[in-house]
Design a protein around this ligand. Structure first.
Ligand code: TXA
Ligand code: MG
Length: 324
């Protein structure tokens, strides 16, 4: 049986700590998406994350920390990394940094790489990590290859019966996963666009962020999780449509009327006013709802590529990629 407990419940923190201390994972809200969190220093706990998700073991996990001191116990910060942490933590930015000699993050969580992906989440997740006193490894709380969850109900739909406890913090504020940035000395490389737009990173640091190939190719080797087909609904996904085919479920952006809209099986709008933040927060929920209509295909209107649009379009391309 899976228990769902609101984070406003006074017993939620201690209930979550009890599960974590028994070496098992809990599902918890973060500002980006719900995570499946367990002790990042404990091989058995990490193994149960991989098993619960059905995730390939060569795909390493993000270690979540409560504060910069906890981060510094495990990875080495260059001055640039420090500047980024100061500007964006807590928040949706993950830094890939070299492991320190004395780090306690288990190699199962880093897939044996010499680096670790590390981030400081906001709110309940951060409090829980502080209470636990050790980093939590946490991928998104969905079965591997499926759309990431942005509500407790999404988690229950995907992992119900497989985990003991889901902490319910309502809808995630950001709605897409964290931006992943590799920091090599003074070089910045984008491994995954996400909740912090690249423009903001460039503005704060005065550095150009190098982009890796967005789909497959080299990016797949650097961030092994960035497999092309990811976030896959059951329905086929058609992008940048200007016209809807009969029976398709339509996901719109902005106020425009599309050709054939009246023939759609369902019509949703990521943001009628064209606000990319609102669109990011709605993205995964609408993909799931469009899929649940049973339509053979989901048609998606164009979304601009700037700001959070880069992360939205990245997830849409993965949802539309050929399946293996
Ligand atoms: O917003 C988020 O980042 C969410 C919430 C729960 O915090 N977590 C998340 O985790 O999206 P996950 O496991 O779905 O994605 C982690 C990504 C994977 O693509 C993985 O390949 C990459 O981080 N990664 C982890 N460690 C890495 C490393 N040392 N070097 C390069 N990429 C790494
Ligand atoms: Mg994921």
């Amino acid at each position: 049986m899976t228990r769902i407990l609101a984070i406003s419940d006074p017993g939620s923190l201690s209930a979550a700590l009890a599960v974590l201390r028994s070496g098992k994972p809990v599902a918890l809200p973060t500002e980006t998406v719900y995570g499946l969190a367990a002790d990042a220093t404990d091989p058995a706990a990490i193994t149960s994350i991989y098993e619960t998700k059905g995730r390939p073991r060569f795909n390493p996990l993000i270690a979540h920390v409560a504060d910069i001191e906890m981060a510094k116990a495990h990875v080495r910060f260059s001055p640039l990394a420090e500047q980024l942490a100061e500007a964006f933590w807590p928040g949706p930015l993950t830094l890939v940094l070299p492991l320190s000699d004395s780090n306690q993050i288990h190699p199962l969580a880093t897939a044996g790489l010499g680096t670790a992906a590390i981030r400081m989440p906001e709110g309940f997740a951060r409090e829980l990590i502080a209470g636990f006193g050790k980093p939590l490894a946490a991928p998104s709380a969905n079965r591997s290859g499926r759309v990431s969850p942005t509500t407790a109900q999404h988690v229950a739909d995907d992992l119900g019966g497989r985990i003991e406890l889901i902490l319910d913090g309502g809808r995630c504020r950001v709605g897409v996963e964290s931006t992943i940035l590799a920091v090599n000395g003074s070089q910045l490389q984008l491994l995954r666009p996400g909740g912090i737009p690249v423009e903001m990173i460039e503005e704060v640091t005065g550095q150009i962020v190098k982009r890796s190939t967005p789909l497959a190719g080299t990016a797949a080797l650097i961030a092994p999780g960035m497999l092309a087909s990811h976030y896959a609904p059951d329905a086929a996904v058609r992008l940048n449509v200007s016209e809807v085919n009969p029976g398709e479920a339509l996901i719109k952006f902005g106020a425009f009327q599309l050709k054939g809209e009246d023939r759609a099986k369902a019509v949703m709008n990521l943001s009628p006013s064209g606000d990319l933040r609102e669109a990011a927060a709605n993205l995964f929920d609408m993909l799931k709802k469009a899929d649940a209509t049973g339509a053979d295909a989901i048609a998606v209107a164009p979304v601009p590529e700037h700001g959070l649009g880069e992360a939205i379009n990245d997830r849409l391309k993965r949802a539309a990629a050929p399946r293996d």
